[in-house]
Design a protein around this ligand. Structure first.
Ligand code: APR
Length: 235
């Protein structure tokens, strides 16, 4: 692979799996235990906000017990060692990329550690629990706070910036995602259309496997550090 000048990386739940964060569609994954329509749609939140708050409160509490793994660390190393343009786009709402040292990072599906007030529009750092009677610290309204995460049917964040980065990149790497949710699942085609080399690093072939020019399958903590070292060595 020729040395790239501009890299875009997409990550999904698989990069956090070895840190102990559940994925969604693997055997025993989150969507095998709870119906996404009840906890990850605006309609579900309107129907039963307590259920949705409880779902995210449990996942938020779980963040205290997990840490970045070697794959997160390798991507932070790549960002800081690579001299060209670099953007890491994650579908994950955990903060493991930040805690590993990544900074040129976009959370396209939002962040579990943030709250959004539907009354005043403020976004607030929110490490603790949230419920239907929680007051918004900014506008003091009750019952207007929700997790600042993008639910099914809602528009992911920063798509314009992501689109521009995909158009300009010459290397697109997809890590730990099943390639089953758009628009993220379409990023590989966008990158290819603009001439990028495309690589999938995943435990097993994803839904979009055939769209990638190159693929390596294995555990993220093993194949991602090795990939980064080869890339930085100019191989
Ligand atoms: N190393 C590498 N890949 C792994 C590992 C691992 N240790 N463990 C699992 N994987 C892979 C699985 O093979 C699977 O392809 O990670 C992928 C996880 O897929 P999903 O559970 O579907 O998660 P993701 O692709 O991030 O889901 C996308 O769907 O529900 C929505 O908003 C949610 O952001 C999420 C989006």
């Amino acid at each position: 692979m020729k040395r790239p000048s501009s890299i875009v990386i997409l990550t999904g739940a698989g990069i956090s799996a070895e840190s102990g964060v559940d994925t969604f569609r693997d055997a025993g994954g989150i969507w095998s235990k709870v119906d996404y329509r009840d906890v990850a749609t605006p309609q579900g939140f309107a129907r039963n906000p307590r259920l949705v708050h409880d779902f995210y409160n449990q996942r938020r509490r779980g963040m205290a017990g997990v840490a970045p793994n070697a794959a997160h660390v390798a991507l932070a190393r790549l960002e800081h060692a690579f001299s060209g343009a670099f953007l890491l786009v994650t579908q994950n709402i955990d903060d493991l990329h930040e805690r590993a040292g990544s900074s040129r990072l976009i959370h396209m599906h939002g962040e579990i550690g943030q709250a959004l007030c539907s009354n005043c529009g403020n976004r607030l750092h929110w490490p603790g629990d949230m419920d239907v009677d929680t007051l918004c610290p900014a506008c003091h309204s009750m019952g207007t706070l929700r997790p600042d995460v993008v639910w099914f049917g809602e528009m992911p964040y920063h798509l314009g910036r992501i689109e521009r980065a995909l158009e300009a990149c010459d290397l697109f790497v997809s890590i730990g995602t099943s390639g089953s949710v758009y628009p993220a699942a379409g990023f590989v085609e966008e990158a290819r259309r603009h001439g990028a080399h495309t690589v999938e690093l995943n435990l097993e072939p994803s839904d979009g496997f055939s769209l990638f020019a190159e693929a390596e399958h294995g555990k993220a903590t093993e194949i991602v550090p090795a990939f980064v070292e080869r890339l930085l060595a100019g191989e």
